[in-house]
Design a protein around this ligand. Structure first.
Ligand SMILES: *Cc1c(COP(=O)(O)O)cnc(C)c1O
Length: 392
């Protein structure tokens, strides 16, 4: 017996349950088409909503910054000083989002780990949507606060939990995803805001899938619902629509200032690299210059969803470019994904525990980088596979 035998056993268990994740290797830049495991396929997988991951303007900005400023920030910002690029990025993000201030992190994941424990602690309570992202759940656990889930997107359930529990705690936080990544539905933020206001509770939204997607020119969910100045904390990511990497927290200046003092991933971990920061700045430039890419994304999403419905597929409750194709059992979804891949379409199946049992699906991610011809090709393949497997 070796100390790692149990790990080997667990891995074998995953394999025999069909839950072991074999990660495919991409041998090309991100875009509408990819070379995946050596094969050219239509990309329906990535979060590259606007096609910025390989956009010439971002690549040029990153190269220029490399030449002028080198590669890395070399230390934690709060200890060794912060580079002008990171300060400039935070200023520009705050302006773009129409908030008092913004702070950047290494990722959206660390933005949540930084923010939640800085706002609540052991004597406090967090009201959290049942389907919130793993990084919200981990941030909430790290804070030591009592976590009380409410039913998904159910403001009545939220208010019931608040009424039943609020008085037993010192402070409270309401936290929700903006766009839910598995179904593509949007949190009812105006109603959640009314409840937060009524009970005077801090309100935080994680807009990872809304940044660059929702609102005017991609300004996010707060802009989408015209709630400027009403949501205390907006978390976002530059790893999805922005096409780069990094997390954002945007909101009231006092909260951002506090995160510079007490956000642990800010205090004890370095920052995104120089070319990352420069590429993110170029992304802000692009989005401020024109809404063209965001408009194209939505036009593509509307077309694809309507055509999938016409074919007879069930696309669930999506309100965004995230398009789930509901299939039911996990083995069917896995087989569907394999058949798509063989026919040149890269779209992954998603099963339990990422989504509930019996709600397995293929998740299609639409991008502004898809041409109408790309979408038609994808629709044709979905139609063939759907017929072959008896789904439509
Ligand atoms: C993707 C995602 C994150 C993590 O963002 P990264 O920048 O990739 O770390 C956090 N929250 C939500 C809701 C997400 O969808």
């Amino acid at each position: 017996m070796s100390k790692t035998d149990w790990i080997q056993q667990e891995i074998e268990n995953l394999q025999s349950a069909g839950l072991y994740n074999r990660i495919r290797t991409i041998g090309s830049p991100q875009g509408a088409w990819l070379i995946v495991d050596g094969k050219k396929v239509l990309n329906f997988c990535s979060n590259n909503y606007l096609g910025l991951a390989n956009h010439p303007a971002l690549v040029a900005a990153a190269k220029k910054a490399l030449d002028e400023m080198g590669v890395g920030p070399a230390a934690v910002r709060s200890i060794a000083g912060t580079m002008t690029l990171h300060v400039e990025l935070e200023k520009r993000l705050a302006q773009f989002k129409g908030v008092e201030a913004a702070i950047t992190f290494q990722s959206g994941f660390t933005a949540n780990l930084a923010t939640i424990p800085a706002l609540v602690g052991k004597e406090d309570v967090i009201f959290s949507d049942r389907l919130n992202h793993a990084s919200i759940i981990d941030g909430a656990r790290l804070s030591g606060a009592k976590i009380i889930p409410y039913e998904h997107n159910d403001v009545k359930s939220l208010e019931e939990q608040i009424k039943a529990n609020l008085s037993q705690y010192r402070r409270a936080l309401i936290v929700t995803d903006g766009v839910f990544s598995m179904d593509g539905d949007i949190a009812p933020l105006p109603d959640i805001y009314e409840v937060a206001k009524k009970y005077d509770i801090l309100l935080m939204v994680d807009d990872a899938h809304g940044e660059g997607v929702l609102g005017k020119g991609g300004r996010g969910i707060v802009d989408h619902f015209n709630l400027h100045g009403k949501v205390d904390v907006e978390v976002g990511t530059m790893s999805k629509a922005f096409g780069v990497v990094g997390g954002i927290v945007a909101g009231k200046a006092v909260i951002i200032d506090w995160l510079r003092q007490r956000g642990r991933p800010f205090l004890f971990s370095s920052a995104v690299t120089v070319p990352d920061a420069a590429a993110c700045l170029a992304a802000v430039d692009l989005l401020e210059d024109s809404t063209q890419l965001v408009d194209k994304l939505w036009e593509n999403a509307k077309y694809f969803k309507a055509e999938m419905k016409n074919l007879g597929f069930n696309t669930g409750v999506t309100e965004t470019p995230i398009t789930p194709i509901m299939l039911g059992e996990a083995p069917l979804a896995q087989q569907f994904s394999r058949e798509l891949f063989d026919a040149g379409v890269f779209a992954m199946s998603i099963g339990f525990p990422t989504v509930p049992q019996g709600k397995a699906r293929i998740r299609v991610m639409i991008s502004a980088s898809h041409s109408k011809d790309d979408l038609d090709k994808g629709l044709g393949v979905f139609k063939n596979v759907g017929k072959k497997l008896g789904v439509i």
